[in-house]
Design a protein. Structure first.
Length: 491
């Protein structure tokens, strides 16, 4: 059976010439003050969208939200604003930075290598943000990677919250590894990062050599230009200076990692739950609905890697050949591989002929939530981005993990296959990190085989966890407690 959708007095104090005192607007609803919150997420859609989902949940409870976002990106988000009377988009213009493509506003607009240039552009908005805050007068400011915000907001009498949308397991691994390196006086090099950190809650999660290289690269990534600092150190500075830290997540899924981080940071700790969006009112496009309905229930493999992941051409084709090798019908929603402008030009004509009628490779956007709910889908191959991971858990489909290049995806994949045991992972070379068509085929067939012991185990574990996550009022409880803790910051 397929899953059901988740329905999911103005007080003024006299001015003090020595200290700015904020003006609080207070409306009473069950004894709670209505807050004005400003948000400035990191400019990647994987960060912006979860921030916006949370903004909608806060606005639903009567709180005003000012959402700061670049001008052109704003137009792409307006359809997601469910409470326009309370949730306002505040447009800003990013300054031009040498080497950054003209009009670039998010990571979607730039190559991966230009990420630090986008960070510089964001940092150069500091004066504009200050002027906006003087005008908007929020009580609380949610920020992401921008470590300068807490000092700015403190001077304006505004509380700051570092709100992180990356899964807590990944942050806990990074912070416990950093702590181990400091305590043992270890350099952040691959040979020192091979073992699981002493204080990390789950020692069953191991990294392979190619994954340790990704970890080392992240831990030594530099921020900006000139007097360069490590990116992770810059983020830690923001957390250290913030009045509170918040995470997108829940203890039912990541309890040990939440406990670790709450103790580690030693300051007010807020969990928003997963702040799931309301189910879409739209229906699945006819072309997809009709095509999927032509196959038996639970027989189609759906593969998607998010809006930004691009595979090298050889891995792109190994993936498609692996899907073909399974013998199952499949729908792959993928970006063009590196070096190609479209998926069509990247796929040989003979492959297109062989899969005609039972396989589609689509390079554009698809209604992923509705596709995953279709009765014909039986397996979801995911890159293990935070949002895709949650979508996988909330649907009935079998899960195959195939992380791409980001550390949080790697650690989530290991969580799926090793810790939670709710899916299987595509095998990769331990040194080179490459997968083959055979390893793709093996993973899919393992979970799609009704007689397989592994398939039965992961299906049972998945169902149990899904039922917990869909518990009535679970999300409401998290958001209500989240709001309560925000209000305590203002007392």
């Amino acid at each position: 059976m397929k899953s059901s959708r988740l329905k999911p007095l103005i007080l003024r104090k006299k001015a003090n010439t020595k200290k700015l005192v904020p003006i609080f607007k207070k409306t009473m609803d069950a004894g709670h003050m209505k807050m004005h919150i400003a948000m400035y997420p990191w400019l990647a859609m994987g960060h912006i969208i979860p921030y916006l989902h949370l903004a909608n949940k806060l606005a639903e409870r009567g709180h005003k939200v000012s959402f700061i976002i670049p001008k052109r990106t704003k137009t792409k988000l307006e359809h997601l604003n469910q409470y326009p009377q309370l949730l306002n988009f505040i447009p800003i213009t990013l300054p031009q930075v040498d080497g950054l493509p003209p009009h670039a506003e998010t990571t979607f607009d730039i190559p991966f290598s230009s990420g630090s240039l986008l960070q510089i552009a964001v940092d150069r908005t500091e004066k504009d943000i200050e002027l906006l805050l003087l005008d908007l007068k929020p009580q609380i400011f949610f920020f992401d990677f921008q470590s300068w915000i807490p000092n700015l907001t403190r001077g304006l009498g505004i509380k700051s919250v570092h709100y992180n949308v990356i899964n807590m397991i990944a942050i806990a691994y990074l912070e416990s590894m950093e702590k181990m390196c400091q305590e043992k006086n270890l350099v952040r090099e691959e040979q020192n990062l091979m073992s699981v950190p002493d204080e990390f809650p789950d020692h069953s999660i191991k990294l392979y050599a190619h994954e340790v290289r990704v970890l080392a690269s992240l831990m030594t990534a530099v921020y900006g230009i000139g007097d360069r600092v490590f990116l992770m150190d810059n983020i830690r500075t923001g957390i250290r200076l913030a009045d509170a830290v918040g995470y997108k997540g829940c203890r039912e899924l990541e309890g040990p990692y939440a406990d670790f981080l709450e103790t580690y940071f030693g300051k007010p700790f807020l969990l928003s739950g997963h702040a799931l969006p309301e189910p879409p009112n739209s229906t699945l496009e006819d072309k997809w609905s009709q095509w999927l309905s032509g196959f038996k229930p639970g027989s189609v493999v759906y593969c998607a890697f998010g809006t930004e992941s691009r595979l090298p051409q050889d891995q792109f084709m190994e993936l498609l050949l692996g899907l073909e090798l399974t013998g199952f019908p499949f729908l792959a929603a993928l970006k063009a591989p590196i070096g190609f402008d479209s998926v069509e030009e990247a796929i040989p004509e003979e492959f297109k002929e062989r899969i005609k009628g039972r396989g589609i490779v689509h390079g554009g956007w698809v209604q992923q939530t509705l596709i995953l709910e279709h009765s014909s889908i039986g397996c979801f191959i995911t890159h293990c981005g935070a949002n895709a991971f949650l979508e996988a858990l909330l649907n009935n489909n079998q899960i195959v993990a195939l992380p791409n290049f980001y550390f949080d995806q790697i650690i989530i994949a290991r969580m799926i296959s090793t810790s939670l045991k709710v899916g299987v992972e595509v095998e990769k070379g331990q040194e080179d990190g490459l997968f083959t068509k055979e390893s793709v085929c093996k993973a899919v067939k393992t979970v799609m085989d009704d007689e397989s012991e592994v398939a039965g185990e992961v299906r049972a574990n998945h169902l149990k966890l899904r039922n917990i996550l869909l518990t009535k009022d679970l999300e409401k409880t998290y958001i209500d407690e989240f709001c309560n803790k925000l209000q305590k910051l203002l007392e």
